[in-house]
Design a protein around this ligand. Sequence first.
Ligand code: NAP
Ligand code: G4F
Length: 327
Amino acid sequence: MAKKALITGILGQDGSYLSKSLLEKGYKVYGLMRRYSNPTFDNLDYLSVTKKIEFIEGDMSDESSLLHVIKATQPDEVYNLAAQSFVGGSWQQAKVTTEVNALGVLYLLNAIKLFSPTSRFYQASTSEMFGLASDGDYQDENTNFHPRSPYGISKVYAYWMTVNFRESYGLFTANGILFNHESPIRGIQFVTRKITDAVAKIKLGLSDKLYLGNLDARRDWGFAGDYVESMYLMLQQPQGDDYVVGTGENHSVKDFVIEAFKVAGVADWEKHVVIDARFKRPAEVPNLKARPAKAMKKLGWKTKTTFKELVKMMVDADLKRYQSKKA
Ligand code: NAP
Ligand code: G4F
């Protein structure tokens, strides 16, 4: 019989790539989605997998909906990808961020404990939990947390609750501490997609300026399609555990900007980029770089897409999108 997976946050970037991958592996996929007055399946349409997924309405901040979905689906694997995932918005929406990203995980774990204790649980943890902390130049599973935003703090709570349900009740739980991962279907607010979208418009004469905040922040950027495989691998291990997943290389926002303009063939990037204080954060995370040695050794996972390939993939996709709109 086909294995059953429940994915929360199915309509997001990672939910789209993961659902496609699990369907290809022969899974029956259930997707938790919020109720919309006007639903959009853009990401899943992009990956052409919509028809094979069974959608169930629910909300991470509504415990009863999570009890219902776990009881009704009895999944072999639960991938908790739902979150208010935009760090920059988490200062203005700290309560919602906490309810969804922190308490929502408690509700989901409780539902599993009550109605489906053999389900294996993946929690989408994040390098934002490290914040200011590093062990020299990088972060790994032994690095302390020093989160810098309400988002990072909410994810630290969820991380420890995931560990606690493993240690207290023997549930199979895993934290994937993923560093930034991007794709052509990355949300437009995140800096990479904001850059590639603007560069495409500038190239086609549809715009002239790109407004950004801190160009010096460094991130370890990988491709989302590679990273969702690590989530799956974590749930196939003999025991639940916690893993850092990243490329082991980092670049500044400025590096990303320069590469994107270069790929598009637009000269003089400095003429187009405007520093705008609205996009600076009250507390910044200056430098994230993974040391993914454990994931590489224990999961056999490794990144396949280079930084330059990622930038090109995203710029090309945005160019194609605007060109087809113009035609
Ligand atoms: P994303 O594109 O923002 O997707 C998040 C999904 O969560 C969206 O589909 C959203 O639904 C859903 N959601 C938000 N609030 C919800 C609620 N109250 N109830 C149910 N669903 C809700 O994020 P992503 O980039 O795919 O990331 C997936 C997960 O990995 C997130 O937990 C994120 O924090 C974490 N993470 C991401 C990265 C990264 O670099 N991408 C790195 C580390 C960790 P709507 O479609 O209705 O908005
Ligand atoms: O693309 P970002 O908004 O991603 P951030 O804050 O690193 O968070 C992403 O990665 C986390 C993993 O580390 C995830 F957990 C989280 O859910 C999300 O997916 O910003 C990246 C950097 C920051 O330092 C920010 O200050 O880019 C800098 N930046 C500079 N100008 C900007 C801008 N970020 C955004 N979004 N918009 C700007 O105009």
